[in-house]
Write a protein of this length. Structure first.
Length: 323
């Protein structure tokens, strides 16, 4: 009997969890800083269950055995664009490794029918970074890279050069909220300008920043140059939108970063990152995660040399969605 695609049912959950947990285990063998939680099929199944049993999931079957699966969220106002999006998270898909080339096209064909019926004008998928065959399948179907998730051990020191004179690094306090809000307004404007061209987003307000600083271990590290705030890093226990495979009680998430353009290339951001790594290591955090847009040349020039990429996100905006 040839391979066929059906609606994924609860009876398929255990097999899907086994596939995903094995995939995470292979990646963790290459990136030891990655948490080991999701290498356990029971933990993988607990993460996957709400999505895989939502009715927005398909399964590829061969002789009664699951050989692949694909599940997605329908997201209104995807990434602030106002468009409806279909998003497949990293734990929402998988395939028997030697059958990727036949399984993913079949799953995509079935899922795309449902994406169209739901009015999805953006299609997006996150893939484990070592799954090059899977990434290739999405590329040839018109998807392009736009985001990376990375991780590193907090105890591993960074290579860096001496700081320029007049630079001071320190944790931010509530009294810095106004200055950080001004920096964040510049930060968000950078994303909507060429060549990044992301949907415009408002910066955090001073009140929001003060509230975050008051909730450790969340907080900011700040770089001052001659007494003036010029750069920041923002931290939270869990970053909104970061892939689930980096989450753990000992992961601190780097959820925002900005250095004013005139100060870039002088080692300030790297020194700020090293100070934050040492601080969080001292507080018991063993790893730091980051996610950044690869369509942002400034980010792409900085983060990959300092973090191991563990997941990549791909996006397609169809040329035509019939109605």
């Amino acid at each position: 009997m040839p391979m066929y695609v059906v609606t994924l049912s609860p009876s398929h959950l255990a097999a899907a969890a086994e596939l995903f947990a094995a995939d995470v285990g292979r990646l963790r063998a290459a990136v030891p800083a990655l948490p080991d939680t999701l290498t356990d099929p029971t933990a993988a199944a607990a993460l996957q269950r709400p999505l895989l049993t939502s009715g927005r999931a398909v399964a590829a079957m061969d002789g009664g055995s699951l050989v692949g699966f694909l599940a997605w969220h329908v997201v209104e106002g995807f990434r602030g664009t106002g468009r409806t999006g279909a998003y497949v998270p990293v734990h929402g898909h998988g395939a028997v490794p030697h059958r990727v080339a036949e399984v993913y096209p079949a799953l995509h064909r079935a899922a795309a029918q449902q994406w169209d019926a739901a009015g999805c004008e953006v299609h997006c998928v996150t893939v484990l970074a070592d799954q090059q065959d899977t990434i290739h399948r999405w590329f040839v179907n018109g998807f392009g890279m736009f985001l990376h998730d990375g991780i590193r051990a907090t105890a591993a020191p960074l290579a860096q050069r001496p700081l320029p004179s007049g630079v001071r690094l320190r944790p931010a306090v509530a009294a810095d909220a106004d200055a950080l809000a001004a920096l964040d307004t510049e930060h968000r404007a950078h994303y909507s300008a060429p060549p990044v061209n992301m949907a415009p987003q408002p910066g955090d307000t001073a009140a929001e920043i003060a509230a975050l600083v008051a909730r450790p271990p969340a907080g900011y590290w700040l770089a001052e140059v001659d007494g003036r705030p010029e750069a920041f890093l923002r931290f939270e226990p869990t970053a909104d939108g970061a892939t689930a495979i980096v989450h753990s009680p000992t992961t601190i998430a780097l959820s925002g970063a900005f250095t004013r353009p005139a100060l870039r290339g002088r080692g300030i951001a790297a020194a700020l990152l090293q100070a934050a790594l040492a601080d969080y290591a001292g507080r018991g955090f063993t790893r730091m995660s980051v996610d950044y847009e690869t369509v942002n040349p400034t980010a792409l020039a900085f983060w990959p040399a300092r973090f191991d990429t563990v997941a990549v996100s791909l996006m397609r905006v169809p040329e035509w969605v019939p109605r």
